[in-house]
Design a protein around this ligand. Sequence first.
Ligand code: YNC
Ligand code: MG
Length: 387
Amino acid sequence: NYAFWGTQPVAQFGEQPGTSDADGAIDKPKDVADVRPEPYGLPQNFEWVTCNIDNDDELREIYELLSAHYVEDDDNMFRFAYSKEFLRWALQPPGFKAVWHCGVRVSTTGKLVAFISGIPATVRVNASTLTTVEINFLCVHKKLRHKRLAPVLIKEITRRVNLHNIWQAVYTAGVLLPKPVSECQYWHRSLNPKKLISIGFSRLAQRMTMARTLKLYKLPDQPQTPGIRQMEDRDVPQVTALLADYLQKFQIAPVLDEEEVRHWLSFQPDVVHSYVVEGPDGTLTDLLSFYTLPSSIIGNDQYDSLKAAYMFYTVPGATPLPQLMNDALILAHSTGHDVFNALDIFDNQKILKELKFGIGDGKLRYYLFNWRVAHEIPTNKVGLVML
Ligand code: YNC
Ligand code: MG
């Protein structure tokens, strides 16, 4: 029973299968002129604010809200701790709009207590190329939970997006809502097993000593693939083509032009790490990338932060995927990451076990707003990564 989501243009549970055998919009086409011109009402003493990420103080306010109130694991041991540099990268891709960085303040004190964001993205779903926004960083201060503020934030961002003649959105969440396009699972590969065990992220396996565990997860210092190096600006045209060609084989994937590839894949230490494999003739044959998303460790007195690498866009060309991913592990380890996380999307299912990933608990669901797919998309046909 979804009091809010039941009213929204999203696929619903228990819809007659076969009602529609084709992908398509759920709402009838609408006009920008018919979009509500005024913001949705907020409770007394709250007001809307457009956050200006270019202003360090405003960026810090978002950072602080998310640091204290954003996503935690089911056992409330860890909370995502996106860095300010990361937030800037995530919220300001080409064509970003400040009005889609939407906050709520307490009128009397000015304190930022809620946030939701959208960024422009072209996403292909099966044969349809959709102009969408990716919605992320929905967050309500812990003291204001369960007051139905989230639906107001979602309606307001929808209004602000619709005013730009955009009617579809993509988002991911751990929670089950009507109705996932795909349900994926995180896998984790220990890079620093001693710390992971000490903070309770993982446990010593049965009949394993610490010494054997360290040996099991030990990695070389240097990547093994000849010709692998950090991605540079001059690589952007070739990487754009390489990635576009690879993403064809997935049922949901972004469509990225050169400017977007430059934004999403330019190497930024501890934000996004991108590497290419250059063949002897100078042609780029492979791409690997991961992003850095630390989590704060709640109530541990030895460590306060866990540094995690998350697989981003990786294209195996001349290099087999297991070898490329092993280099990703090596590069993440040598840059101080404690764990490497990957979803069972792309072709990952085939290789996670041999690379000593273990399955996580909890799922990540992919959703589309105002777009129905005739059939759920299998995880190995998902080619989209959201931050
Ligand atoms: C969620 N994550 O089911 P019903 S992911 C969407 N995404 O509605 P209240 C969610 N909806 O069941 P609270 C949701 N979590 O009655 C809950 N809901 O239909 C639904 N957590 O609202 C829920 N960030 O205000 C229910 O709940 C209704 O105070 C209840 O607030 C929720 O960014 C939340 O996990 C998540 O900060 C803000 O718990 C709060 O609990 C919180 O009473 C920690 O809300 C942080 C966290 C979510 C991360 C994410 C993607 C968000 C996608 C939003 C949907 C976008 C739709 C497309 C819009 C553009 C359209 C165009 C064009
Ligand atoms: Mg609420």
